[in-house]
Ligand binder design. Sequence first.
Ligand code: FEO
Length: 397
Amino acid sequence: MLPTEIKKDIHWVGVVDWDLRDFHGYSTEKGSTYNAYLVKGTSKTVLFDTVNAKFTGEFIENLREVIEPGKIDYIVCNHAEMDHTGSLAEIIDLVHPEKIICNKICQDALLAHYNRSDWPFEIIKEGDGLDLGGRTVQFFGSPMIHWPESMVSYIPEERLLISNDIFGQHWATSERFDDQVNQGELFWQSAKYYANIFMPTSPSVAKFLAKLETNKLEPDMIAPDHGLIWRRGIPEIMKAYHSWSDGQTIPKALVVYDTMWGSTARMARAIGRGLSGNGISVRLFDLHYNHRSDIATEMLDARAIIIGSPIINNHILPKMADLLSYLQGLKPMNKIGASFGSYGWKNMITKMLNEQLEKMKVTLVDEGVSSKYVPSQEILGQCFELGRKVRMVVLEG
Ligand code: FEO
């Protein structure tokens, strides 16, 4: 895609990755973008971030559309992860910048990645400024959003926040702005990105949102390093981030299961019937057909999760073990839950699943239901009642 001028003399010069389908176990079914921004002042020109190494050639073409690369004075590195620094070495060799501006933790990370102590680092601290001539840049740390060194860059004269990972989406589009795309998909992709990347560090996100207010940063444009640039929906995405980082939930229950010969699936459907009715959203996910990262997205605002699996070789089925390992890493907040499953000769499935839920700090509201082989009508009745019980707790809020 060609560069886009997003404000006067400020250009998106990133690349679109139409083919990305996996980002650290997160299913990026619609690709992503690696956004980078070129900001011209009257005296200095700055490049904010670079792109994944795979796209260095196209990135250089985009830079050349806007400026002769040798005229770039500074490169700001907001985050060391390779989706934003993979092309850095080649760009530095091309540009020969006067300064590479980053914080100390980022410098350490860049040295550990690229081993280039000869680069002209300029180390900045929280709140430091940079004069570009007619424009300034202020730097604010956003630690653990996504890595310890992560920071954002704010241009007060333009009310532009170059936010790096925060407020992004993994979504490859030719459109550059939030008001040019389907709003339902935009917020789904934003929620998916939050759930799969920032959920574990929600307290850090909450601190960062407070920092924006303390420093009276009121951007009218937020330019993240992935996905669409926000210019119309800033209040809505801010509200969503406050809600997600606070761990707010809605009356919604997930039933997530794997099944071998259909017994656990039958139990899941009975639990789903017990949960259903006015005032609650219920979602059933068979792990044969649903990806862990979509379940994480649904879990972001869900109040309850009920998980089910049969036993194989004295263990949980592998797709469920995969999901639980992934969700435990994401550290969801404020969930209630329960478990169910079938077994052949040793009744241990709910005990094993409950232990996993407790590791995730899910509050158990029942000891769960298990079935020897195929569930009888009596067991299915117990499943229905388990659903009713969880429904009641969900509706109590
Ligand atoms: Fe988009 Fe944490 O890198």
